[in-house]
Design a protein around this ligand. Structure first.
Ligand SMILES: O=C(O)c1ccc[n+]([C@@H]2O[C@H](COP(=O)([O-])O)[C@@H](O)[C@H]2O)c1
Ligand SMILES: Cc1cc2nc[nH]c2cc1C
Length: 364
Protein backbone atom coordinates (compact mmCIF):
# COMPACT_ATOMS: atom_id res chain seq x y z
CA UNK A 1 0.00 0.00 0.00
CA UNK A 2 1.07 3.59 -0.60
CA UNK A 3 1.10 6.17 2.10
CA UNK A 4 -2.59 7.02 1.64
CA UNK A 5 -2.58 9.73 4.31
CA UNK A 6 -0.41 11.74 1.90
CA UNK A 7 -3.45 12.54 -0.23
CA UNK A 8 -5.06 14.37 2.67
CA UNK A 9 -2.38 17.03 3.03
CA UNK A 10 -1.88 18.19 -0.53
CA UNK A 11 -3.17 21.59 -1.66
CA UNK A 12 -6.44 22.02 -3.54
CA UNK A 13 -4.91 22.74 -6.95
CA UNK A 14 -2.85 19.55 -6.71
CA UNK A 15 -6.07 17.65 -5.88
CA UNK A 16 -7.80 19.23 -8.88
CA UNK A 17 -5.03 18.22 -11.24
CA UNK A 18 -4.83 14.64 -9.88
CA UNK A 19 -8.59 14.40 -10.37
CA UNK A 20 -8.37 15.72 -13.94
CA UNK A 21 -5.64 13.17 -14.66
CA UNK A 22 -7.81 10.39 -13.27
CA UNK A 23 -10.77 11.38 -15.47
CA UNK A 24 -8.69 11.72 -18.61
CA UNK A 25 -6.89 8.40 -18.04
CA UNK A 26 -9.99 6.25 -18.65
CA UNK A 27 -9.44 4.46 -21.96
CA UNK A 28 -12.04 3.68 -24.60
CA UNK A 29 -13.78 0.31 -24.53
CA UNK A 30 -12.10 -1.99 -27.09
CA UNK A 31 -14.90 -2.52 -29.63
CA UNK A 32 -12.76 -4.77 -31.86
CA UNK A 33 -11.96 -7.19 -29.00
CA UNK A 34 -15.61 -7.23 -28.03
CA UNK A 35 -16.71 -7.97 -31.62
CA UNK A 36 -14.13 -10.78 -31.82
CA UNK A 37 -15.54 -12.27 -28.60
CA UNK A 38 -19.11 -12.15 -29.97
CA UNK A 39 -17.89 -13.81 -33.18
CA UNK A 40 -16.22 -16.57 -31.14
CA UNK A 41 -19.34 -17.08 -29.01
CA UNK A 42 -21.26 -17.65 -32.27
CA UNK A 43 -18.89 -20.51 -33.19
CA UNK A 44 -18.75 -22.27 -29.80
CA UNK A 45 -20.36 -25.69 -29.34
CA UNK A 46 -23.86 -24.70 -28.18
CA UNK A 47 -27.08 -23.62 -29.83
CA UNK A 48 -26.73 -19.99 -30.96
CA UNK A 49 -27.26 -17.63 -28.02
CA UNK A 50 -27.75 -20.48 -25.53
CA UNK A 51 -25.39 -18.99 -22.94
CA UNK A 52 -27.75 -16.02 -22.70
CA UNK A 53 -26.41 -13.04 -20.76
CA UNK A 54 -23.09 -14.83 -20.20
CA UNK A 55 -22.32 -14.25 -23.88
CA UNK A 56 -22.84 -10.50 -23.56
CA UNK A 57 -20.87 -10.44 -20.33
CA UNK A 58 -17.97 -12.30 -21.94
CA UNK A 59 -17.94 -9.88 -24.90
CA UNK A 60 -18.08 -6.90 -22.56
CA UNK A 61 -15.16 -8.32 -20.58
CA UNK A 62 -13.22 -8.66 -23.85
CA UNK A 63 -13.80 -4.96 -24.56
CA UNK A 64 -12.85 -3.98 -21.01
CA UNK A 65 -9.59 -5.94 -20.95
CA UNK A 66 -8.81 -5.21 -24.59
CA UNK A 67 -8.38 -8.88 -25.54
CA UNK A 68 -10.76 -11.33 -27.27
CA UNK A 69 -10.22 -14.08 -24.66
CA UNK A 70 -9.80 -12.30 -21.30
CA UNK A 71 -8.75 -14.16 -18.15
CA UNK A 72 -9.95 -12.17 -15.12
CA UNK A 73 -8.77 -13.89 -11.94
CA UNK A 74 -7.94 -11.70 -8.96
CA UNK A 75 -10.90 -10.02 -7.29
CA UNK A 76 -10.92 -7.32 -4.62
CA UNK A 77 -13.77 -5.87 -2.59
CA UNK A 78 -13.06 -2.36 -1.31
CA UNK A 79 -15.52 -1.47 1.43
CA UNK A 80 -15.64 2.32 1.82
CA UNK A 81 -16.97 3.51 5.18
CA UNK A 82 -18.17 6.81 6.56
CA UNK A 83 -20.61 8.39 9.00
CA UNK A 84 -23.52 10.72 8.25
CA UNK A 85 -24.73 13.55 10.47
CA UNK A 86 -28.11 13.22 8.73
CA UNK A 87 -28.73 10.23 11.04
CA UNK A 88 -29.73 12.90 13.61
CA UNK A 89 -32.92 13.27 11.59
CA UNK A 90 -34.09 9.74 12.43
CA UNK A 91 -33.69 8.32 8.91
CA UNK A 92 -32.23 4.91 9.79
CA UNK A 93 -33.43 1.90 11.79
CA UNK A 94 -29.99 1.65 13.48
CA UNK A 95 -27.70 4.03 15.39
CA UNK A 96 -24.46 5.43 13.87
CA UNK A 97 -22.40 3.42 16.37
CA UNK A 98 -23.12 0.33 14.26
CA UNK A 99 -20.77 1.65 11.56
CA UNK A 100 -17.46 1.48 13.52
CA UNK A 101 -18.68 -1.75 15.17
CA UNK A 102 -19.22 -3.27 11.72
CA UNK A 103 -15.77 -2.07 10.62
CA UNK A 104 -14.37 -4.16 13.46
CA UNK A 105 -16.52 -7.08 12.29
CA UNK A 106 -15.11 -6.67 8.74
CA UNK A 107 -11.58 -6.63 10.14
CA UNK A 108 -12.18 -9.73 12.23
CA UNK A 109 -13.41 -11.48 9.07
CA UNK A 110 -16.86 -12.45 10.30
CA UNK A 111 -19.24 -10.10 8.46
CA UNK A 112 -21.37 -11.11 5.46
CA UNK A 113 -18.93 -9.58 2.99
CA UNK A 114 -16.02 -11.55 4.47
CA UNK A 115 -17.88 -14.87 4.26
CA UNK A 116 -19.05 -14.24 0.70
CA UNK A 117 -15.73 -12.79 -0.50
CA UNK A 118 -13.83 -15.79 0.94
CA UNK A 119 -16.20 -18.14 -0.84
CA UNK A 120 -15.34 -16.54 -4.21
CA UNK A 121 -11.66 -16.02 -3.46
CA UNK A 122 -11.80 -12.21 -3.29
CA UNK A 123 -9.83 -10.00 -0.92
CA UNK A 124 -11.53 -7.46 1.36
CA UNK A 125 -10.01 -4.07 2.15
CA UNK A 126 -11.71 -1.44 4.31
CA UNK A 127 -11.21 2.22 3.45
CA UNK A 128 -12.24 4.59 6.23
CA UNK A 129 -12.84 8.02 4.77
CA UNK A 130 -15.24 9.38 7.35
CA UNK A 131 -16.00 7.37 10.45
CA UNK A 132 -16.22 9.56 13.56
CA UNK A 133 -14.71 6.97 15.93
CA UNK A 134 -11.01 6.20 16.20
CA UNK A 135 -10.29 2.88 14.55
CA UNK A 136 -7.38 0.68 15.61
CA UNK A 137 -4.77 -0.02 12.91
CA UNK A 138 -5.17 -3.27 10.97
CA UNK A 139 -3.45 -4.60 7.81
CA UNK A 140 -6.79 -4.66 5.93
CA UNK A 141 -7.75 -1.12 7.00
CA UNK A 142 -6.73 2.02 5.14
CA UNK A 143 -7.50 4.59 7.79
CA UNK A 144 -7.72 8.03 6.23
CA UNK A 145 -10.78 9.93 7.48
CA UNK A 146 -11.15 13.15 5.51
CA UNK A 147 -13.63 14.47 8.07
CA UNK A 148 -15.41 12.75 10.94
CA UNK A 149 -18.72 12.28 9.17
CA UNK A 150 -20.54 13.92 6.27
CA UNK A 151 -22.52 17.03 7.30
CA UNK A 152 -26.30 16.87 7.72
CA UNK A 153 -27.61 17.21 4.16
CA UNK A 154 -31.01 18.40 5.34
CA UNK A 155 -29.45 21.72 6.33
CA UNK A 156 -26.08 22.04 4.58
CA UNK A 157 -23.78 20.52 1.98
CA UNK A 158 -22.31 17.16 2.97
CA UNK A 159 -18.75 18.00 1.94
CA UNK A 160 -16.65 20.82 0.51
CA UNK A 161 -15.25 20.34 -2.97
CA UNK A 162 -11.77 19.75 -1.64
CA UNK A 163 -13.00 17.18 0.90
CA UNK A 164 -14.87 15.45 -1.92
CA UNK A 165 -11.77 15.39 -4.13
CA UNK A 166 -9.72 13.94 -1.27
CA UNK A 167 -12.20 11.12 -0.71
CA UNK A 168 -12.40 10.37 -4.46
CA UNK A 169 -8.60 10.27 -4.74
CA UNK A 170 -8.26 8.05 -1.66
CA UNK A 171 -10.67 5.58 -3.26
CA UNK A 172 -8.65 5.74 -6.48
CA UNK A 173 -5.43 5.17 -4.54
CA UNK A 174 -6.76 2.06 -2.80
CA UNK A 175 -8.13 0.72 -6.11
CA UNK A 176 -4.71 1.23 -7.72
CA UNK A 177 -3.09 -0.74 -4.88
CA UNK A 178 -5.65 -3.53 -5.36
CA UNK A 179 -4.87 -3.68 -9.08
CA UNK A 180 -1.13 -3.71 -8.34
CA UNK A 181 -1.88 -6.62 -6.00
CA UNK A 182 -3.44 -8.58 -8.89
CA UNK A 183 -7.13 -7.60 -8.90
CA UNK A 184 -8.85 -7.82 -12.32
CA UNK A 185 -12.34 -7.54 -10.87
CA UNK A 186 -13.04 -4.66 -8.50
CA UNK A 187 -16.11 -4.50 -6.28
CA UNK A 188 -16.95 -1.13 -4.73
CA UNK A 189 -18.77 -1.79 -1.46
CA UNK A 190 -19.80 0.43 1.44
CA UNK A 191 -21.00 0.67 5.02
CA UNK A 192 -22.38 3.75 6.70
CA UNK A 193 -25.51 4.00 8.79
CA UNK A 194 -27.76 6.65 7.22
CA UNK A 195 -26.19 6.45 3.76
CA UNK A 196 -29.30 5.41 1.81
CA UNK A 197 -30.57 8.96 2.51
CA UNK A 198 -27.71 10.75 0.66
CA UNK A 199 -27.75 7.99 -1.98
CA UNK A 200 -31.46 8.75 -2.57
CA UNK A 201 -30.78 12.50 -2.75
CA UNK A 202 -27.92 12.08 -5.25
CA UNK A 203 -30.03 9.72 -7.37
CA UNK A 204 -33.08 12.01 -7.31
CA UNK A 205 -31.03 15.02 -8.40
CA UNK A 206 -29.00 13.30 -11.13
CA UNK A 207 -31.97 11.41 -12.58
CA UNK A 208 -34.43 14.26 -11.94
CA UNK A 209 -36.74 11.91 -10.04
CA UNK A 210 -38.97 12.65 -7.05
CA UNK A 211 -37.73 11.77 -3.52
CA UNK A 212 -40.57 9.23 -3.17
CA UNK A 213 -39.42 7.39 -6.29
CA UNK A 214 -35.90 6.76 -4.96
CA UNK A 215 -36.26 6.67 -1.18
CA UNK A 216 -36.39 3.16 0.21
CA UNK A 217 -36.46 1.41 3.57
CA UNK A 218 -32.67 1.16 3.96
CA UNK A 219 -31.91 -0.91 7.05
CA UNK A 220 -35.67 -1.56 7.47
CA UNK A 221 -37.46 1.60 8.61
CA UNK A 222 -41.20 1.74 9.32
CA UNK A 223 -43.73 3.94 7.51
CA UNK A 224 -43.31 6.85 9.92
CA UNK A 225 -39.53 6.98 9.49
CA UNK A 226 -39.89 6.53 5.73
CA UNK A 227 -42.16 9.61 5.55
CA UNK A 228 -39.57 11.55 7.57
CA UNK A 229 -36.76 10.26 5.32
CA UNK A 230 -38.62 11.46 2.20
CA UNK A 231 -39.03 14.90 3.84
CA UNK A 232 -35.30 15.00 4.62
CA UNK A 233 -34.39 14.10 1.02
CA UNK A 234 -36.89 16.74 -0.20
CA UNK A 235 -35.36 19.38 2.12
CA UNK A 236 -31.82 18.49 0.98
CA UNK A 237 -32.87 18.86 -2.65
CA UNK A 238 -34.70 22.13 -2.05
CA UNK A 239 -31.67 23.82 -0.54
CA UNK A 240 -30.92 24.22 -4.24
CA UNK A 241 -27.18 24.18 -3.78
CA UNK A 242 -26.23 21.85 -6.63
CA UNK A 243 -26.92 21.68 -10.34
CA UNK A 244 -27.98 18.34 -11.80
CA UNK A 245 -25.54 19.06 -14.63
CA UNK A 246 -22.49 19.14 -12.33
CA UNK A 247 -21.93 15.64 -10.87
CA UNK A 248 -19.11 16.72 -8.52
CA UNK A 249 -21.29 19.49 -7.14
CA UNK A 250 -24.13 17.00 -6.58
CA UNK A 251 -21.75 14.56 -4.88
CA UNK A 252 -20.34 17.24 -2.55
CA UNK A 253 -23.73 18.75 -1.78
CA UNK A 254 -25.83 15.61 -1.28
CA UNK A 255 -23.45 12.65 -0.98
CA UNK A 256 -20.99 11.50 1.64
CA UNK A 257 -17.39 10.44 2.07
CA UNK A 258 -17.77 6.73 1.34
CA UNK A 259 -19.89 7.53 -1.74
CA UNK A 260 -17.13 9.83 -2.99
CA UNK A 261 -14.48 7.18 -2.28
CA UNK A 262 -16.48 4.64 -4.31
CA UNK A 263 -16.52 7.09 -7.22
CA UNK A 264 -12.72 7.04 -7.03
CA UNK A 265 -12.54 3.23 -6.78
CA UNK A 266 -14.76 2.91 -9.85
CA UNK A 267 -12.99 5.52 -11.98
CA UNK A 268 -9.56 4.11 -11.15
CA UNK A 269 -10.72 0.57 -11.92
CA UNK A 270 -11.79 1.73 -15.39
CA UNK A 271 -8.57 3.71 -15.80
CA UNK A 272 -6.64 0.45 -15.16
CA UNK A 273 -8.81 -1.41 -17.71
CA UNK A 274 -10.37 -3.60 -15.04
CA UNK A 275 -13.99 -4.69 -14.64
CA UNK A 276 -15.85 -2.65 -12.03
CA UNK A 277 -18.71 -4.47 -10.32
CA UNK A 278 -21.64 -2.52 -8.96
CA UNK A 279 -23.30 -3.78 -5.78
CA UNK A 280 -26.41 -2.09 -4.35
CA UNK A 281 -28.22 1.23 -4.23
CA UNK A 282 -25.55 3.27 -2.46
CA UNK A 283 -22.92 2.11 -4.98
CA UNK A 284 -25.47 2.91 -7.69
CA UNK A 285 -25.44 6.56 -6.63
CA UNK A 286 -21.63 6.57 -6.90
CA UNK A 287 -21.79 4.91 -10.32
CA UNK A 288 -24.21 7.57 -11.61
CA UNK A 289 -21.71 10.25 -10.56
CA UNK A 290 -18.77 8.39 -12.14
CA UNK A 291 -20.69 7.85 -15.39
CA UNK A 292 -21.52 11.55 -15.64
CA UNK A 293 -17.91 12.53 -14.92
CA UNK A 294 -16.26 10.34 -17.55
CA UNK A 295 -18.11 9.25 -20.69
CA UNK A 296 -15.81 6.23 -21.21
CA UNK A 297 -16.48 4.90 -17.69
CA UNK A 298 -19.86 3.22 -18.18
CA UNK A 299 -18.54 0.48 -20.46
CA UNK A 300 -16.32 -0.81 -17.63
CA UNK A 301 -19.23 -1.24 -15.23
CA UNK A 302 -21.11 -4.51 -14.57
CA UNK A 303 -24.27 -4.65 -12.46
CA UNK A 304 -24.30 -7.54 -9.97
CA UNK A 305 -27.79 -8.14 -8.58
CA UNK A 306 -30.97 -6.13 -8.49
CA UNK A 307 -31.14 -4.79 -4.98
CA UNK A 308 -34.38 -4.55 -3.01
CA UNK A 309 -33.90 -0.83 -2.28
CA UNK A 310 -36.37 1.40 -4.14
CA UNK A 311 -34.61 3.38 -6.83
CA UNK A 312 -32.03 0.73 -7.73
CA UNK A 313 -33.89 -0.22 -10.92
CA UNK A 314 -33.98 3.43 -12.00
CA UNK A 315 -30.21 3.67 -11.44
CA UNK A 316 -29.55 0.54 -13.51
CA UNK A 317 -31.84 1.76 -16.29
CA UNK A 318 -30.02 5.09 -16.38
CA UNK A 319 -26.73 3.20 -16.62
CA UNK A 320 -28.21 0.83 -19.28
CA UNK A 321 -27.21 -2.18 -17.18
CA UNK A 322 -29.04 -5.47 -16.62
CA UNK A 323 -28.68 -7.10 -13.22
CA UNK A 324 -27.29 -10.67 -13.24
CA UNK A 325 -29.56 -11.93 -10.45
CA UNK A 326 -32.33 -10.89 -8.08
CA UNK A 327 -31.80 -12.37 -4.62
CA UNK A 328 -33.59 -9.65 -2.67
CA UNK A 329 -30.31 -8.42 -1.17
CA UNK A 330 -30.39 -5.06 0.60
CA UNK A 331 -27.23 -5.21 2.66
CA UNK A 332 -24.49 -3.34 0.85
CA UNK A 333 -20.90 -4.05 2.03
CA UNK A 334 -20.12 -5.30 -1.50
CA UNK A 335 -21.94 -8.59 -0.86
CA UNK A 336 -23.88 -8.63 -4.15
CA UNK A 337 -20.80 -7.48 -6.04
CA UNK A 338 -18.73 -10.34 -4.61
CA UNK A 339 -21.44 -12.81 -5.66
CA UNK A 340 -21.07 -11.63 -9.26
CA UNK A 341 -17.33 -12.44 -9.32
CA UNK A 342 -17.70 -16.16 -10.23
CA UNK A 343 -20.25 -15.26 -12.93
CA UNK A 344 -17.77 -12.91 -14.60
CA UNK A 345 -14.96 -15.47 -14.32
CA UNK A 346 -17.25 -18.17 -15.76
CA UNK A 347 -18.37 -15.97 -18.66
CA UNK A 348 -14.73 -15.34 -19.62
CA UNK A 349 -13.89 -19.05 -19.20
CA UNK A 350 -16.47 -19.99 -21.85
CA UNK A 351 -14.56 -17.89 -24.38
CA UNK A 352 -11.19 -19.31 -23.39
CA UNK A 353 -11.99 -22.94 -22.73
CA UNK A 354 -14.86 -24.00 -24.99
CA UNK A 355 -14.19 -25.37 -28.46
CA UNK A 356 -15.77 -24.20 -31.68
CA UNK A 357 -17.91 -26.56 -33.79
CA UNK A 358 -14.99 -26.78 -36.26
CA UNK A 359 -12.41 -27.51 -33.54
CA UNK A 360 -14.59 -30.19 -31.95
CA UNK A 361 -15.68 -31.71 -35.27
CA UNK A 362 -19.35 -31.43 -34.34
CA UNK A 363 -21.70 -30.96 -37.32
CA UNK A 364 -24.27 -28.16 -37.46
O1 LIG B 1 -26.67 -0.70 -1.00
C1 LIG B 1 -27.83 -1.08 -0.74
O2 LIG B 1 -28.55 -1.49 -1.60
C2 LIG B 1 -28.32 -0.98 0.68
C3 LIG B 1 -29.67 -1.01 0.94
C4 LIG B 1 -30.07 -0.94 2.25
C5 LIG B 1 -29.13 -0.82 3.27
N1 LIG B 1 -27.82 -0.78 2.98
C6 LIG B 1 -26.83 -0.69 4.07
O3 LIG B 1 -27.47 -0.21 5.24
C7 LIG B 1 -26.92 1.01 5.67
C8 LIG B 1 -27.74 2.16 5.19
O4 LIG B 1 -29.08 2.02 5.55
P1 LIG B 1 -29.79 3.22 6.35
O5 LIG B 1 -31.16 2.74 6.63
O6 LIG B 1 -28.99 3.41 7.59
O7 LIG B 1 -29.72 4.39 5.44
C9 LIG B 1 -25.54 1.08 5.05
O8 LIG B 1 -24.60 0.54 5.95
C10 LIG B 1 -25.66 0.25 3.79
O9 LIG B 1 -24.51 -0.52 3.60
C11 LIG B 1 -27.41 -0.86 1.70
C1 LIG C 1 -25.73 -4.75 11.34
C2 LIG C 1 -25.60 -3.98 10.03
C3 LIG C 1 -24.67 -4.42 9.06
C4 LIG C 1 -24.56 -3.70 7.87
N1 LIG C 1 -23.78 -3.86 6.79
C5 LIG C 1 -24.04 -2.90 5.92
N2 LIG C 1 -24.98 -2.12 6.43
C6 LIG C 1 -25.34 -2.57 7.65
C7 LIG C 1 -26.25 -2.13 8.58
C8 LIG C 1 -26.40 -2.85 9.79
C9 LIG C 1 -27.39 -2.38 10.80
Amino acid sequence: MHDHAEVIDVASDALESSFERLLSSIPAFDEAASRAAYARQAELTKPAGALGQLEDISARLAGVFGEPTPDPRGAAVIVCVGDHEVTREGVSAYPSEVTPAMVNAFLSGHAAVNAIARSVNASVTILNVGVATTLAPHPSLVNAPVRLGARNIRVESAMTRSETLRAVLLGADVARSAVEGGADLLVAGEMGIGNTTPAAAVTARLLRLSPEAVTGRGTGIDDERWTRKVEVVEAALSRGASSADDPMEVLADLGGFEIAAMVGVMLQGAACRKAVILDGFVEGAAALVAARLAPNFQAFLFAAGLCAERGHRAQLNALTLSPMFDLGLRLGEGTGGALAVPLLRAAAATLREMRTFAEAGIPR
